[in-house]
Design a protein. Structure first.
Length: 320
């Protein structure tokens, strides 16, 4: 595999970035390669460039990885970065150094001179978040590399549990593969082995409300309240969920794109995809009605007009 002198990783998905970066590093002889990582939030670009230009000691080459490249953003910092020096290096990089700039998750200033130079000099790997189809294919491939497989129903359950969170999927896949090596992962395995959290149960409750499944609403709510005694916190989360759905529906109606909605909420585009999908299951008027009912209940609880547990249960049963 031919390797470039300079790589720039952009986008949002950390897990895919790590896999791609590891693939690059796997093509290097570890006995002949030094690997140094710098955090640009605490180390100046002057120091990093100086290392890039220094011939590796007793090795054939070196890899320098730059994390948190704030010199590509508009973020103010106490560190004085000399971007002119970096630009000069990029135009004539050392042939014994491979520079990896990890800007995944960073808000890059695309008008900055250093970024424009990188567009010309660097091999740019833009890592976009996976959509649902790509995510399913990725899970299957990862399990296969670990020596196991998964059926469609079990895969559906895993996707539902983890809601597109690749970092958690990576962790849970390793656990499932270890348990089912050379075998098939089942729905029961996922229920028994995949760790749940309060957010996942809340998501299932909202999904049951979306599907107008009253028996599921009751079952999930009872399950949550067995482990969560703070009904006030649950009420606050349900309120936020429906307010977010209503806002999303209004943004969709106004013509906002998936990335636009991600920017409004300050979330990943993959999460925005699911919010748009969920909001699409409601009529805008229904969401507005739900939000008004929840806010009315909140007012009654705060003014002592109704018990919060009784009020929340009656609200959930009344949603239609």
């Amino acid at each position: 595999m031919y390797l470039e002198d300079v790589y720039l990783f952009t986008g949002n998905e950390q897990v895919i970035k790590k896999n791609k970066m590891d693939r690059i590093l796997s093509n290097l002889d570890p006995k002949e390669t030094d690997i140094v990582t710098y955090d640009a939030e605490v180390t100046s670009i002057q120091e990093i460039v100086a290392d890039c230009m220094t011939i590796p000691f007793l090795k054939a080459q070196k890899v320098i990885i730059i994390k948190n490249p704030i010199f590509l953003t508009n973020i103010k910092t106490s560190i004085k970065h000399d971007n002119k020096l970096l630009i000069k290096y990029l135009q004539n990089p050392s042939d014994t150094t491979i520079l990896l700039i990890d800007a995944v998750g960073c808000s890059i200033d695309k008008n900055a001179e250093v970024y424009k130079v990188l567009q010309k000099c660097a091999y740019i790997i833009d890592i976009k978040e996976l959509d649902e189809v790509e995510c399913r294919a990725w899970v299957k491939r990862r399990l296969e590399t670990e020596g196991t497989t998964i059926g469609e129903e079990a895969l559906n359950l895993l996707i539902e549990y983890l809601h597109g969170d690749l970092l958690r999927m990576e962790q849970e896949i390793a656990k499932l593969a270890s348990f089912r090596y050379h075998d098939r992962v089942t729905e029961e395995d996922i229920r028994n082995l995949v760790s749940k959290n309060y957010d996942e149960d809340l998501y299932k409750l909202i999904k049951a409300i979306i599907n107008k499944d009253r028996s599921q609403i009751i079952d999930i709510y009872q399950g949550i309240t067995q482990s969560v005694t703070d009904v006030g916190s649950l009420m606050a989360l349900i309120t936020k969920s429906f307010v977010d759905l209503y806002t999303t529906a209004k943004l969709i109606e106004a013509g906002y794109s998936q990335q636009d909605i991600a920017n409004v909420f300050g979330i990943k585009a993959g999460r925005a995809y699911y919010m748009m999908k969920d909001a699409g299951n409601f009529k805008l008027e229904t969401l507005e009605e739900y939000v008004n009912l929840i806010l009315q209940l909140d007012y009654k609880i705060k003014n002592g007009l109704i018990d919060k547990t009784f009020g929340l249960e009656m609200l959930l049963l009344s949603l239609k």
